[in-house]
Structure formats: structure tokens, C-alpha cells
Write a protein of this length. Structure first.
Length: 179
């Protein structure tokens, strides 16, 4: 064969070499990604905190703003060991579906010292009542509709820079009708 020259295999065009390099890099990244995804341990669910909101009653239902206040009556169970907690805070956030009308309710109660209370095998249960006057964050009467609420309890201790959260209960969520 006269007139035709063949290139040795080590003289390939740059585009072919570049394509093979990119393909190899992508294959390496994919194999590393799948290996690390398989190595992640399964998450275990968080244990329920010892501070619990046992009962929650809302009255009156449905609520009419002109009829007075709405009450959130809760029973909170304290943990056996308070670990320095001196304050129980129970709070609720009441919001309209559009989030244009919101109200935050909060109540703090001092806890008795463990030396004054007798040792018991039963956890301490404390009744708490939060009242909502039907006004939103701008002090305007809440409009009629379905509102969402979230109520939770916290144990606080007095620190150098003010109260510090030690434990938070799981929230109780629900809806209420405002007429």
C-alpha cells in the first residue's frame, strides 16, 4: 500500500483521549457515590423525652371571639430527675392558614425544689392553662376560619445570661375553629 500512512496507536487525536479520560472520571465518581451511600447507617428514631404533654383540652369549641377567651388546658408530666431545672414553660403558637394572623401564648411556672417534695415513684404532673383572647399579633380580633396550633413544654434553668433550655417535650398539634 503505497501512499497511505498509518499512525501508531500512541498518537491518538486529543478529543478521543479527552473523551476516555472524562468517561473514566465519571465512572470513578459514580462508584464512589454508590459506595458511600451504602455505608450510611440507618437512623434510629429519637427516644421520646421524659417531659411530656399528657393531656390537652381546648374549650370552648368552636370558638367565637366575642364570647370571651379560649383556653388550652394541659397536663404536663415532669421527668423524675429535674437536673437543675427551676422553671416550666408551656407555650402555644396559634396561626391562620395564610400565616397572616398569628399569636404566641406562653406561661412560665417556677418549680419546687426537689428537697421540699417527697420522693415518689410516680412522675410529677402539673396542670397548666393558657388563655387566648382572640386577638392576633397586631391586637386585632382574629378572623373567622380554621386555625392551627402547636403546644409544647420546656424545662428551663436560670443561667448567668438568663433562662437556658434543658429539655423540650414533643409538640401537640391540631386545629381549632374560630367563628
Amino acid at each position: 500500500m503505497l501512499g497511505t500512512t498509518t499512525q501508531p496507536t500512541y498518537f491518538r487525536p486529543v478529543s478521543v483521549v479527552l473523551a476516555w479520560t472524562i468517561a473514566g472520571s465519571m465512572l470513578c465518581m459514580l462508584s464512589v457515590g454508590t459506595a458511600s451511600a451504602k455505608a450510611k447507617p440507618a437512623k434510629t428514631p429519637r427516644p421520646e423525652p421524659e417531659l411530656k404533654v399528657l393531656e390537652l383540652k381546648i374549650s370552648p369549641t368552636p370558638y367565637t371571639v366575642s364570647a370571651g377567651s379560649l383556653e388550652f388546658s394541659a397536663v404536663v408530666q415532669l421527668p423524675r430527675e429535674l437536673d437543675g431545672a427551676t422553671i416550666l414553660e408551656v407555650s402555644s403558637l396559634v396561626t391562620s392558614p395564610s400565616k397572616t394572623s398569628i399569636r404566641f401564648l406562653s406561661l412560665r411556672k417556677p418549680l419546687e425544689s426537689s428537697a421540699a417534695t417527697p420522693v415518689s415513684t410516680e412522675p410529677t404532673k402539673i396542670p397548666v392553662v393558657l388563655s387566648w383572647d382572640g386577638m392576633d399579633h397586631t391586637k386585632s380580633p382574629a378572623e373567622a376560619g380554621t386555625y392551627h396550633f402547636e403546644l409544647r413544654a420546656k424545662l428551663l434553668s436560670n443561667g448567668d445570661k438568663g433562662p437556658r433550655t434543658l429539655m423540650v417535650s414533643w409538640p401537640k398539634r391540631g386545629t381549632l375553629e374560630v367563628k
